[in-house]
Design a binder for this molecule. Structure first.
Ligand code: DAT
Ligand code: MG
Length: 140
């Protein structure tokens, strides 16, 4: 398994509840290194561009509103098999289905307000990292 990088977002429901440190501890305990991190407040248009792949889904407008409702922490995680490992640490999209000990099982409030985003494949990871970070900001 190769060293990979993946894009993570700590979402507004989590930043509002001051959970950034507890969530970062989960990544670090799993062996994922935070090699870039910044706190930003997305506009609804920026959130819409990031989640463009979901634009035909019924929850798209609600999702964009939510992502622009408070600051987020965008980050790049690096490690062996980081993309799949991060999805494991996050847990299932719906917290009701998330395995015990995962971020979403412990912290998510609903399927929409589910605390974290993580890239789902190498191609999306590369595109999502480039959406938020320049190469100079990635410090491995
Ligand atoms: P994931 O974030 O686990 O990759 P996804 O890509 O299918 O899940 O969806 C992106 C986000 O959209 C998800 O984190 C929360 C929101 N979402 C997904 N399904 C939803 C639903 N049925 N109702 C409300 N929001 C939903
Ligand atoms: Mg997804």
């Amino acid at each position: 398994m190769a060293t990979e990088r993946t894009l993570s977002i700590i979402k507004p429901d989590a930043t509002r509840r001051n959970l950034t440190g507890k969530i970062n501890a989960k990544f670090e305990e799993a062996g994922l290194r935070i090699i870039a991190q910044k706190r930003i407040h997305l506009t609804k248009a920026q959130a819409g561009k990031f989640y463009e792949v979901h634009k035909e889904r019924p929850f798209y407008d609600e999702l964009c509103e939510f992502m622009a409702s408070a600051p987020v922490v965008v980050q790049v995680l690096e490690g062996e098999g980081a993309i799949v490992k991060n999805r494991e640490v996050m847990g299932a999209t719906n917290p009701a289905d998330a395995a015990p000990g995962t971020i979403r099982a412990e912290f998510a409030q609903s399927v929409g307000e589910n605390s974290v985003h993580g890239s789902d494949a190498p191609e999306t990871a590369a595109a999502e990292i480039a959406f938020y970070f320049s190469g100079l900001e990635l410090v491995g």
